[in-house]
Design a binder for this molecule. Structure first.
Ligand SMILES: *[C@@H]1O[C@H](CO)[C@@H](O)[C@H](O)[C@H]1NC(C)=O
Length: 383
């Protein structure tokens, strides 16, 4: 590591530790969630300020790949915000080696069928039954793998969550494993090569909770244009997915707001329940917009998410947004191929290509001057 990188790391560590300085309480753990409710044994950590509101709201804040509950507790602003606004934060901790969340197995992608999503849903239920949390104000957010899980929870447990914010994820179901793999990495999706219609994605979401007739949580989707871990086209797939569920037109935002919620970001509003927010030049780590989250979750005035919208498959067509989806086709997604992907030629991986990771059989050498850089144990990339 060069001196510049070391200085960067040191300053970001300083930033992290400063986020937990001066809190009224500390990170605690619940260890008695039975395995029937938490079959994958995901860690259940929480932050409860010394003083919370009566029937407090809850934010479930989900860590990134290689992360932990502790890392997200110290590295995100939610504990400090909990002190200010009197809510409880639940920090699930991934049980998987790696440690990314399982967003690929049939179990985790099906309502009440098990997987990591089931355990997290039951942590939220525990907060309601044990701490008297307000069942109508359970929110969910996360970064990267935690952002993927946020989309999954919004799709699989729409009955539990009131609203969601997603920092650099993929559409719910996009990491679906063709061989049923638990916590499997999906390079096709990660590299932004999965493209489907709104109707297809909405059908996927409805299939994750068949017979559900209620509304779906309003959702904000953040992504950076310079994301080389989960490529930028993933934002469009997320937008198409939820536009399909809410009955909006993913191709025609009703409003496009420049430099919102921060300089360099463009917020596209597709209807009251869906916003796509693109950060120009921002990489995989989109900084968490704590104040914007507080607005979206209704703790602060000015931009609160509406009540749940759209409807489940059990009640016919979705009409709440008044828009139309861009296509009625439910054809399976297409994988777009580009010259830099597909069967490797010459045994040398190009810039941005995968060059390693568990199960990888392609080239492990990068074209000069790029270096094979591990994102996690499943995925290395020429950067
Ligand atoms: C990756 O996900 C897509 C759907 O998003 C799926 O079609 C494909 O089979 C998955 N790949 C693997 C290796 O599971």
């Amino acid at each position: 590591m060069g001196p510049f990188a070391r200085a960067l790391l040191a300053s970001s560590l300083f930033l992290l530790s400063s986020l937990v300085a001066g809190l009224t309480s500390s990170l605690q753990q619940v260890t008695n969630l039975p395995s029937t409710q938490n079959p994958t044994n995901a860690g259940f950590f929480y932050y409860k300020p010394t003083t919370v509101k009566t029937n407090p709201a809850v934010i479930v804040a989900i860590h990134f790949c290689t992360g932990t509950a502790q890392a997200y507790f110290t590295g995100s602003p939610y504990a400090q915000l909990a002190d200010t606004y009197g809510f409880i934060v639940i920090y699930p901790s991934s049980p998987n080696s790696g440690t990314c969340w399982d967003v690929s197995s049939k179990q985790t992608l099906t309502h009440n069928a098990g997987g990591d999503s089931f355990g997290i849903a039951n942590m939220a239920k525990y907060a309601i039954s044990t701490w008297g949390a307000d069942a109508t104000r359970i929110f969910v957010t996360g970064s990267s793998s935690g952002a993927m899980m946020t989309n999954v929870l919004t799709a699989v447990y729409p009955d539990i969550f009131a609203a969601a914010t997603v920092y650099s994820g993929v559409a719910a179901g996009c990491f679906m494993s063709s061989f049923g793999g638990v916590d499997a990495w999906n390079s096709t999706c990660a590299q932004g090569q999965v493209s489907a219609t709104s109707a297809y994605w909405a059908a996927q979401v409805h299939a994750m909770y068949p017979g559900y007739t209620g509304g779906y949580p309003p959702i904000q989707e953040y992504h950076g244009t310079a994301d080389t871990t989960l490529f930028p086209p993933n934002l469009n797939e997320e937008v198409k997915e939820w536009a399909g569920v809410f009955g909006y037109n993913a191709a025609a935002p009703t409003q496009v707001l420049q430099n919102n919620p921060a300089s360099g970001y463009t917020k596209s509003v597709y209807g009251p329940a869906l916003q796509g927010i693109l950060g120009q030049g921002v990489g995989h780590t989109v900084p968490i917009m704590g104040n914007e989250d507080m607005k979206w979750f209704g703790f602060v005035a000015g931009g609160a998410a509406p009540p749940k919208g759209g409807s489940g498959s059990g009640s016919g067509t979705t009409t709440s947004g008044g828009g139309t989806t861009s296509s009625s086709s439910t054809a399976p997604p297409t994988s777009t191929s580009s010259s830099s992907t597909g069967t490797p030629t010459g045994g040398v991986a190009q810039h941005w290509d995968q060059c390693g990771g568990q199960g990888w059989t392609g080239p492990t050498v990068c074209v000069s001057p790029f270096k094979c850089t591990a994102s996690n144990q499943w995925y290395s990339q020429c950067l």
